[in-house]
Write a protein that binds this ligand. Structure first.
Ligand code: KE4
Length: 437
């Protein structure tokens, strides 16, 4: 597997030390560079659109903390809000008005959310939404889709069964078969298997959870038919439609995918941007459903740092700024400029590629197959992706360290930076084309 041409001794030393203290030297496998080889860089600090590693190399940041940093790093308004919050204390274990303030902003922004509960991660939010769907419907089965990731929720860490109507099996040690026996895994954008699954299991399906625009298999868009079939079947069988907008919420529009497409899910899962880089997750939906959550209702869910006042302050400042500047048209135009540039470069080199993009989320796949689900995403030549990843890293551009992740631009990725990225990519892709012969 290709790796970097640059030595980074400080990162290397930090990684050796971390590996002795933390499994794999990282606190999340997504950062371990497993999909691209080599060693993870250790970041010293970040400012604006830039990351700086321990060896004082500067990188244009295309992961943005896996989505949250849509305003770039250390946005002055977010910094000021966090500083003010710190002067009021870190955590109370009691309600604070900041929680209602962020809740009001989320409720006003997301079309189908009338009430919201804050937690500390997207995983907690997905897990709680699943529990609520089961508690609200009194049913057990959940449908998810291959390639969609909703956090490390036991019942969702499941490999597809052999047929569309076959219940899933655990995809990780440590998860009892009983935990995933009620989870069905279907293919994204596959309306036929969705119909089959509902014909077989419909009356026992509590909910269907999906990324309404998928980022965790690389960027994959839903077809209109898929979105409409999801809503038609969940309404017909009385199952809840759960949009996991942890990545897309406040990213693709202020009201997320459901604003962009006009969809009406029953529950919405949020995270990332709503914390502005601090640990915040949320789940929300119609009042009649959300009032089933304890202490208003019987469905249990709790958390020591849920609604943490400092995290709330970061989220409030971030969402207020997004509402104030409405960056989405500009984000779309600049990311289009980037995507068009990458496509032109790869095409000129006759390098098989597919560029999937929506707004400021994009993925360059190294395949000549249209990427519409996990199976087609996996036709990408990941060895070429790894070469691209390290070639761009060595030129000062930090891409997501996996073919199966979405890249993000921020409001600070201006035309000059985008054009410089395209120029670097042309150089990098030419090297790959040369090596491929
Ligand atoms: P967290 O528990 O990581 O806050 O959120 C889980 C989650 C839920 N839903 C979606 C659509 C998500 O993308 C995520 C987390 N995303 C990954 C990267 N795509 C986080 C990176 C990591 O795990 O370190």
């Amino acid at each position: 597997m290709s790796v970097s041409k640059i030595r980074r001794p400080q990162s290397h030393a930090a990684f050796q030390k971390a590996k002795n203290l933390i499994p794999g030297g990282v606190n999340s496998p997504a950062r371990a560079f497993g999909g691209v080889g080599g060693e993870p860089l250790f970041i010293a600090n970040a400012k604006g659109p830039w990351l700086f590693d321990l060896d004082n190399n500067r990188y244009l940041d295309f992961i943005g903390s896996w989505g949250p940093m849509i305003l770039g790093h250390q946005h002055p308004k977010v910094i000021a809000a966090v500083r003010q919050a710190l002067d009021r204390g870190f955590s109370y274990g009691a309600p604070s008005e900041a929680e209602s303030e962020l809740a009001s902003i989320v409720i006003e922004a997301v079309p189908t959310v009338e009430m919201v509960r804050f937690v500390s991660s997207g995983t907690e939010a997905s897990m709680s939404a699943i529990r609520l769907a089961r508690g609200h419907t009194g049913r057990d089965k959940i449908i998810k889709f291959s390639g969609c990731y909703h956090g490390h929720v036991d019942s969702l860490l499941v490999a597809a069964g052999s047929a569309a109507t076959t219940l899933g099996v655990p995809s990780s040690p440590g998860i009892p078969a009983g935990t995933t026996k009620d989870t069905l895994v279907l293919d994204y954008n596959d309306c036929q298997s969705l119909r089959e699954a509902f014909q077989t299991h419909g009356p026992s399906v509590a909910g269907v959870i999906l990324e309404p625009v998928a980022g965790n298999m690389g960027l994959v868009l839903p077809t209109e038919d898929f979105r409409k079939t999801l809503r038609e079947l969940t309404l017909k069988y009385g199952s809840l439609l759960i949009y996991d907008e942890v990545m897309t919420g406040f990213r693709l529009a202020f009201g997320g995918v459901q604003e962009l497409f006009g969809d009406q899910p029953d529950l919405t899962v949020l995270g990332k941007i709503i914390g502005g880089g601090m640990p915040v997750g949320a789940y929300g939906g119609r009042r009649e459903i959300m009032n089933r959550v304890m202490p208003a209702g019987p469905v249990f869910q709790a958390g020591t740092l849920s609604g943490n006042p400092v995290a709330m302050a970061a989220g409030i400042a971030t969402l207020k700024e997004l509402k104030n500047i409405n960056p989405y048209p500009m984000l779309d135009q600049l990311a289009k400029r980037l995507g068009d540039g990458l496509q032109k470069a790869a095409s000129r080199l006759n390098l098989p590629h597919k560029l999937n993009r929506i707004g400021s989320m994009w993925t360059l796949f190294f395949t000549d197959t249209e990427v519409t689900d996990y199976a087609t995403a996996k036709t990408s030549k990941t060895a070429r992706f790894a070469k691209f990843f390290w070639g761009m890293m060595d030129r000062g551009y930090y891409l997501p360290c996996s073919q199966f992740e979405a890249a993000f631009t921020s409001i600070l990725h201006d035309e000059g930076l985008i054009d410089a990225t395209v120029a670097a990519a042309e150089d990098c892709l030419a090297e790959i084309a040369m090596e491929c012969g």
